[in-house]
Design a protein around this ligand. Structure first.
Ligand SMILES: Cc1cc2nc3c(=O)[nH]c(=O)nc-3n(C[C@H](O)[C@H](O)[C@H](O)COP(=O)(O)OP(=O)(O)OC[C@H]3O[C@@H](n4cnc5c(N)ncnc54)[C@H](O)[C@@H]3O)c2cc1C
Length: 512
């Protein structure tokens, strides 16, 4: 069996950044299930948050992050995130990421629920693409073994913890095993659970499913963020219209042209994402429309096209000149707040197994992620993973579970129905969109939980990438749905019509 010091699964910002740091300390294998550039990272538009502005401070960034997290952020993790963020920007600049500047200084923009401008961006709204390209080009030049089209199917376990992984060549379907001292999950999110999502095809929650099957704890799975503004045009793929568009002055109007966000929240268009998403749904229902309008026509046209070149040209290609007419938008599934539980060193509850990026739950997002904190979370906690493996080589510590946290196992008490409907990706996505989406209730969640249980009984075999991904999605969907059933309140991104208010009883986490 080939042996490495670090096995890293995934080639988004989490996989590439940890691989670039790890290769200074040992042999690194980075494997990814598609081509190296297939990931969520490449699509990130708005930017990356760090308190580097003159009127900003890590303390202010900390307060905004805690406020967005609706009572469930881990204060220690947020403190680390906000204090270490400026140094991680320096790392990215050293790696060559070309952040935009204005009058010789790094340009900063503002996004929803940030009290000051603190978002760095590159290429206007092409931040993720620049980061991905810069890091993947460097990784190819460094001493890193890169295996593309290689899908991790299993964490290999021994009495001491993780020993490495099994992976499938997605072209030949052959299985191969790799041994590693440290295995790092960097597999990204799970947006493909839902019919409408900003995420690309690779976002199928594989890391959470792999970790769960290896007996690692998952946490906060009920919290999934829906982005309020994705382009909504019939026949056109879902395309994100960045929060920064509202940050730069964009206004939300209903289909009759009436501005509505001031009726819902004092911060209006810059209210937290969950509030904007639910307000849009409510306005769509009131006007019997499938979208609302995002209006930037009052801003100078050249500023809009220069600041948002990708959004401008994508909309233009599909017949909308955003400088002249409003953009039809609707919410879409965007970001998984929960994931594989880690401590502030990226360690999971399985020794030797680490998680970084969107597949991890470090505690910084709580019930709702503050915009542009996710790319920074990767850098801060990715760096700490590599530091930890150096400082404590051979003696990893599992994260402590909090005293109030609730530990659960997935249910098996569902009635055996004679349903014959076979699970497919489209059926799963419709089920989740309709029953476990922006607005939930016990009734919708119970239907989803029973259906998912039955789907899982039918999906015992996987032999190629689509069947592995469907299995993983069903696993993740079960964790999300059952956590959402247990949490009898509304908080952050989790909203239930039968429990519409937050409850102090639920200031705790749900783990599986
Ligand atoms: C449209 C869009 C805009 C966004 N804008 C912003 C923003 O402005 N600021 C911000 O902070 N965040 C933003 N986000 C979120 C942010 O981009 C992601 O959270 C972040 O890029 C996740 O990085 P990652 O490395 O964890 O995952 P990814 O970049 O998704 O990478 C995951 C990698 O793992 C691989 N993989 C998955 N499963 C397996 C497997 N079983 N075996 C092998 N390989 C596997 C995938 O192929 C992929 O290469 C945005 C997200 C989207 C979708």
């Amino acid at each position: 069996m080939p042996t490495y010091d670090y096995i890293i699964i995934g080639s988004g910002i989490a996989g590439l950044y940890t691989a670039l740091l790890a290769q200074e300390h040992g042999r690194v294998l980075l494997l990814t299930k598609g081509s190296i550039d297939e990931c969520n990272t490449k699509y990130a538009q708005g930017g990356i948050a760090a308190a580097i502005g003159h009127d900003d401070s890590p303390g202010l960034h900390y307060e905004d992050t805690i406020a967005a997290g609706a009572g469930l952020c881990d204060p220690a993790a947020v403190r680390i995130l906000t204090e270490e963020a400026p140094d991680r920007i320096t790392d990215l600049i050293r790696f060559g990421v070309p952040f935009d500047t204005i009058h010789g200084e790094v340009a900063l923009t503002r996004e929803a629920a940030h009290s000051v401008p603190r978002i760095l961006h590159a290429g206007g709204d092409a931040t993720g693409e620049h980061i991905e390209l810069t890091l993947s080009s460097l990784a190819r030049l460094r001493n890193i073994t890169i295996l593309e089209y290689s899908l991790a199917t299993r964490i290999l376990l021994g009495p001491e913890g993780a020993l490495g992984i099994e992976a499938m060549d997605t072209r030949t379907h052959g299985l191969h095993q790799f041994e590693g001292r440290y295995t790092i999950l960097a597999t990204g999110g799970a947006g493909r659970l839902f019919r409408l999502t900003t995420n690309p095809d690779v976002a199928t929650g594989d890391g959470v499913a792999l970790a769960y099957r290896a007996d690692a704890a998952t946490e906060d799975m009920e919290f999934f963020q829906f982005h309020p503004t994705a382009l909504s045009l019939p026949g056109v793929p879902v395309f994100l219209i960045s929060e920064a568009v509202r940050g730069e002055g964009g206004l939300l109007r209903d289909v009759h042209g009436t501005r509505f966000m001031p009726d819902y929240h004092p911060l209006a268009e810059l209210a937290p994402r969950d509030i904007v998403a639910r307000s849009i749904v409510s306005r769509m229902q009131a006007t019997e429309a499938d979208h609302v309008l995002l209006d930037v026509t009052h801003l100078p046209g050249q500023v809009v096209s220069a600041r948002f070149p990708r959004i401008y040209s994508f909309c233009r290609e599909h017949g909308i000149d955003i400088t002249q007419e409003p953009i039809p938008v609707a919410p879409a599934a965007h970001y998984m707040m929960g994931g594989v539980k880690t401590n502030v060193w990226g360690e999971t509850t399985v020794p030797g197994l680490y998680a970084c990026g969107e597949c991890a739950c470090t505690g910084v997002h709580g019930a709702n992620r503050l915009a542009s904190n996710s790319l920074m979370e990767v850098l801060v906690f990715g760096k700490r993973i590599i530091q930890r493996t150096q400082e404590r080589a051979g003696a990893p510590a599992a994260p402590a579970l909090g005293p109030g946290d609730l530990r659960h196992t997935l249910r098996s008490d569902f009635p055996q129905e004679a349903g014959t409907e076979q699970p497919t990706l489209a059926r799963l996505q419709d089920l989740l969109w309709n029953n476990v989406g922006i607005i939930r209730s016990r009734d919708t969640l119970e239907v989803a939980a029973a259906t998912l249980y039955r789907y899982q009984q039918l999906l015992t075999q996987a032999a190629d990438r689509p069947t592995w991904e469907l299995r993983n999605l069903v696993q993740v969907a079960r964790l999300m749905t059952e956590a959402a059933l247990i949490r009898e309140e509304s908080r952050g991104a989790h909203f239930r019509t039968d429990f519409p208010e937050p409850s102090p009883r639920w200031l705790r986490h749900i783990l599986f």
